[in-house]
Design a protein around this ligand. Structure first.
Ligand SMILES: [Zn+2]
Length: 148
């Protein structure tokens, strides 16, 4: 069974850090543009578009590193070896399968719960006025409002 190595986890987090840093750099330019618009005489606050370019490059590079960390070099498309790609993706697919199983067993629990609730509410009272079914402990018909 293939395992996610520590190096790949480290690569993943480095990529995440690069993406976040790039995003902040990219976004900060818009804030400085807004500040520049409000204060046209503050020439010293002229926005640096270099920052946005740098931020974008960092974001793109970060996302590539992130993918290498998450899927391995093969899964990212850098190594075109389908056999290796499957090996690399295995732990993630297994994790996904486990999650789906968890969800399914949760659904089972919910279904059993609602079934047992339905069984408890089998007893119904038919309204003498309009013939609609009401709960056992109902005092008034939910359909026509007449006292039962
Ligand atoms: Zn009724």
């Amino acid at each position: 069974m293939a395992k996610i190595t520590k190096q790949r986890k480290a690569i993943y987090y480095i990529g995440l850090g690069m993406t976040v840093l790039g995003f902040i750099l990219f976004i900060s330019v818009f804030f400085s543009v807004a500040m520049f618009m409000n204060d046209p005489f503050g020439a010293s606050r002229e926005p640096s578009f270099m920052n946005s370019v740098l931020g974008m490059v960092l974001m793109i590079a970060g996302s590539v590193v992130l993918r290498i960390g998450a899927q391995g070099a093969a899964g990212s498309g850098i190594l075109l070896d389908p056999e290796k790609a499957r090996e690399d993706l295995k732990p993630f697919n297994e994790a996904k399968g486990g999650m789906i199983n968890d969800v399914l067993s949760n659904i089972d629990v919910v279904e059993n719960f609602s079934k047992s609730n339905e069984e408890k509410e089998v007893i119904k009272i038919r309204c003498r006025n309009c013939n609609s079914l009401n709960d056992e402990d109902a005092k008034f018909c939910k359909s026509c409002g007449k006292e039962i």
